[in-house]
Design a protein around this ligand. Structure first.
Ligand code: GDP
Length: 185
């Protein structure tokens, strides 16, 4: 898998995916890290979301990953089914320094399963790993066990130090690609 900088090239696939999780866990920062210079922030003010794109080459296919962010609206519970519609993947994010953001994952999972497709690829992300020594409230094992229980992939990331951010998004996109290419066989 490699990055492709040619933004306007014809794509084989367009994959929509979403970022979910409590307010201030780092979703926007993860997205801007991942989208880097290809960060094309766009917004749909009517439903209060922002999204960014990045082109990724997987084998001989060019994938345009379109990633939606809640733009702070999760505070107001204004996320609607249109946010999830057509999404093939999700990064489910919590903050390792705030236990409540981990406890609220059940609620987010419930929502993802209610509105998202049944084979949606979900990657669980424990963000702010740079604060691990000073203020960790969620052990890495807690993340691992939840992921195992719910059949999710799991990674700890730091948007601030750019640790595992690339890996989290690429894992999701790679798995979506596997599912989509199996379906089209
Ligand atoms: P969102 O509401 O989930 O989109 O969260 P933001 O991306 O706006 O981040 C919320 C706050 O957490 C901001 O003050 C960020 O600077 C901070 N933040 C985000 N990611 C990290 C991280 O990996 N490490 C640290 N230490 N702070 C982070």
């Amino acid at each position: 898998m490699s990055m492709d900088d040619s933004f306007d090239e014809e794509c084989d696939y367009l994959f929509k995916s979403v970022l979910v999780g409590d307010s201030a866990v780092g979703k926007s920062n993860l997205l801007s890290r991942f989208a880097r210079d290809q960060f094309q922030l766009d917004s749909k003010p009517t439903i209060g979301v922002e999204f960014a794109y990045r082109n990724i080459r997987v084998g001989d296919k060019l994938i345009k990953a379109q990633i939606w962010d809640t733009a702070g609206q999760e505070r107001f519970r204004a996320i609607t089914s249109s946010y999830y519609r057509g999404a093939l993947g999700a990064l489910l994010v919590y903050d390792i320094t705030r236990r409540t953001t981990f406890e609220n994952l059940r609620k987010w999972l419930h929502e993802l399963r209610e509105y998202g497709s049944s084979d949606m690829v979900i990657v669980l992300v424990g963000n702010k790993s740079d604060l691990s020594n000073s203020s960790r409230q969620v052990n890495i094992e807690d993340g691992q066990s939840l992921a195992q229980l719910e059949g999710l992939s799991f990674l700890e990331t730091s948007a601030m130090e750019n640790l595992n951010v690339e890996e989290a998004f690429l894992q999701m996109i790679n798995k979506i690609h596997e599912i989509v290419s199996q379906k089209s066989l």
